[in-house]
Design a protein around this ligand. Sequence first.
Ligand code: IMP
Ligand code: MG
Length: 338
Amino acid sequence: MSNLIVDIVVGLQAGDEGKGKVTHHLLKERDYTHCVRYNGGGNAGHTIYHEGKKFVTHLVPAGVFYGIKSIVGPGCVVDINNFFKEIQMLNDNGIDTDGLIYIAENAHIVQSRHLQEDGSDTKIGTTRTGNGPAYRDKYARHGLRAKDVDALQPYLINFFNEMHRTDANVVALFEGAQGFQLDVDWGDYPYVTSSHCTTAGALLNGIPPRCVRDVWGVAKMYETYVGAKNFQPADEIFTDIQRVGKEFGATTGRPRQCNWINYDMLSRSILINGANHVVFNKVDILREVDAWHLRINGRSTSELIFQNEEQMKDYLTKSFPDSTLYFSDNPESFELCA
Ligand code: IMP
Ligand code: MG
């Protein structure tokens, strides 16, 4: 038996929930030997404040900020040029990545034809990073794996051997990309990404369920979505939330459409992901616009309207008694709800 312990950070909504912040915080507070990205590729954009400086990463796991071995896992797809650019960006900004960054040998490669194809997407509103075509070719069994690319040889790692070591304890933080509503199986198909964004997606990287310790689900106090479908209702409160919350895509710069939390989807997401910890980010944004709403009953327009912050927090806390809830009102940290 291996001595592996895994914590997972997973998105409960449509990405951009603040997983980067939670990951960064956990890496600082707990002792991890490894940090692993488990799905997606350069389509993700993680905003991280490290020692007061803002970083936007797309592929490289946040472990590098703390000198922790950081691996792009087997469930990911890698755009080689962007991978090297990101390492350069980190180095240029004073982050030493030497000997810290690895790619699983069996991760797949985003090829130029994937970029070309995705570049002309108008149907889904993809990030045009070649993600979907790369995963399609993986499943069609004519993809290219990292181990077959010469330029990546110094970065390759046998992921199984690294995780299931017999000579040392491995305590790994798995960081997810995107979120439940973009999951290829559970999201709003076809407006989804092409990977598994749930806790199960982390397990697909060769992790036995019994090795999972904590699952950190991350949500916002409202929802955002970037892509081609219509998501934001006409009410101007949502343009206020978008402005105050600076809701513009970290990867594409596109404005993120805003709406209230879809409570039913959130409940399902917490359940399916098995999130025993749930962080609600951006409480400060709703505080600023002073409106506290939830959408209920699926897609209908039914809403629960709270009088104030405490009422909404109280409702959420009572709704999810099996999870520990945290609320955050700043980009750098979060606190346990009393
Ligand atoms: P793709 O992942 O680039 O194929 O895009 C599919 C859908 O997922 C589009 O609606 C994208 O905007 C969305 N998406 C992909 N990655 C992210 C992310 O990291 N945050 C938010 N939306 C994302
Ligand atoms: Mg993002």
